[in-house]
Design a protein around this ligand. Sequence first.
Ligand code: HEM
Length: 317
Amino acid sequence: MPTDNPSPEPQSICKPITSSAIFIVATLVPGIERTSQVLAWCADIAALTRSVGKRVPAGNLSCVCGFGSEAWDTLFGAPRPASLHGFREFGPESRLAVATPGDILLHIRAEQMDLCFELATQLLAALGEAVVVVDEVQGFRYFDMRSIIGFVDGTENPVDRKAIEFTIVGNEDPAFAGGSYVLVQKYLHNMTAWNALSVEGQERIIGRTKLSDIELDDSVKPTSSHSALTTITKDGQEVKILRDNMPFGRPGAGEFGTYFIGFARSPDPLEQMLENMFVGRPAGNYDRLLDFSTAVTGGLFFAPSSDLLEELADRQP
Ligand code: HEM
């Protein structure tokens, strides 16, 4: 029996990590006709995902679509998600979490790249001339869930009920319940310099052992380690985010990267972690991973619930 007031269904956010992903960031092309085209497209995303995904049921194809702050106003007007704003930059010039243009984010995931590729093709074809793609990254699983820098990535992610609790908007913003805030950054690593470090040196930077992925004991874990700086608390409770990072790269071009994607119920924890990493906690005690990694993009988006995503198609731009 259906319930009277079912809570809105989130997009595919709290799903297990897949083997392949495509990340697309696009900007809107101005004009009322193009805006209308994007609105109509909002109602087509789920059907296109079903059509492509049905062809390989075991492929676990999914798509999360998010909108940037300015794009929200242009496309949908009021009401708007309570905490949506532009990406806030952190850090000094030499180590900056940079903000880059982006109105629409597509996070396409599957066990096979062909599924991601086909869905990206269909979704972009439906958008046609209404957007310009400004960044497109194909990510892959690297061995046993390792990031390209060789450490297992995603271990401390919340799962099941905790994942929902930490990522999905609830009664604090009822009109946008079922949605989630998404922060993305594309990082490029200096692998020559990183690989020149000893394994112990790398482990002190991450705060975990490399082979066995065990957290270093607090007595030896530096306060500047990545895991220390990204562990945050509010009112005495730890606040987590959900990460779905993917390695990417082109060895022939000397490119080795991490596409960072983090989901949270508010931008606050995501921004607090960025501040700790780039500015330092306290200031100056920054994340040494950034001596080997440069953020080349940065965007903050809101991914509405699946139900709202379809309804948005009826808004007047
Ligand atoms: C250069 C890009 C990055 C790389 C290669 C990277 C890699 C890693 C690795 C290897 C771990 C340890 C295993 C795990 O628990 O997942 C980790 C933990 C974590 N990272 Fe990152 N990360 C990156 C950027 C970021 C950013 C930008 C944030 C937040 C804005 C972040 C937030 C976290 C959190 C919350 C943890 C878990 C900490 C804990 O509870 O122990 N990471 N990351």
